[in-house]
Write a protein that binds this ligand. Sequence first.
Ligand SMILES: Cc1ncc(CN)c(N)n1
Length: 207
Amino acid sequence: MPVAELLQRHPEIWRGATAHPFLTAVRDGSLPAGAFDTWLVQDARFVADLLRFQARLLARAPRPAQAVLAGGLVALVEELAWFEEQAAARGLDLTAPALPATAAYAELLQRLDAADVPVALTALWTIERTYLDAWTTALPGAPAYREFVEHWTVPGFAGYVAGLEAAADAVGGGRDAVFLDVVAAEVAFWDMALGDGALGDGAVQSA
Ligand SMILES: Cc1ncc(CN)c(N)n1
């Protein structure tokens, strides 16, 4: 099954991850800066975890998937530098401990080291496709967050996600279980930033 079919097979959980209240609040400007900052610090940790996962996946990837994975690794290193700049500008401490959703996502990535390559590639495509579609939902972004929304919706990122899709399809990806695990981890990650009730009671449940 092509990986893109997974989106149609699981529309509700997909919508929960890509039209989350965190994203609509980024779009309309109602997201408190503190909730965004919590999310930003945790996402920097996630990117570091993803870089390690992807490096391990590249080491065992089939020849046709190497270029897209290697290109993605370089982009993640640049992304980490960008997070460091943003954190410095906002006065954030990137050494803050991982919150539970971040730690759980890191554990999922570690478990995927033991999964076969089609499953791991499906996971990586799901991670990046979810992120792309989520930030697309937040377009154009309220002025306070516009720079971030624009950063994660550039055509180059969409092209990278398309490359991952082709790599996953070429090895027969399209596995429901790992797709559902990753999307659940993405939902939990958005929820985490709203965990202190940043948008008021019931905001997370209304996803
Ligand atoms: C939680 C999450 N998921 C995905 C991405 C995309 N690299 C990210 N930065 N953070």
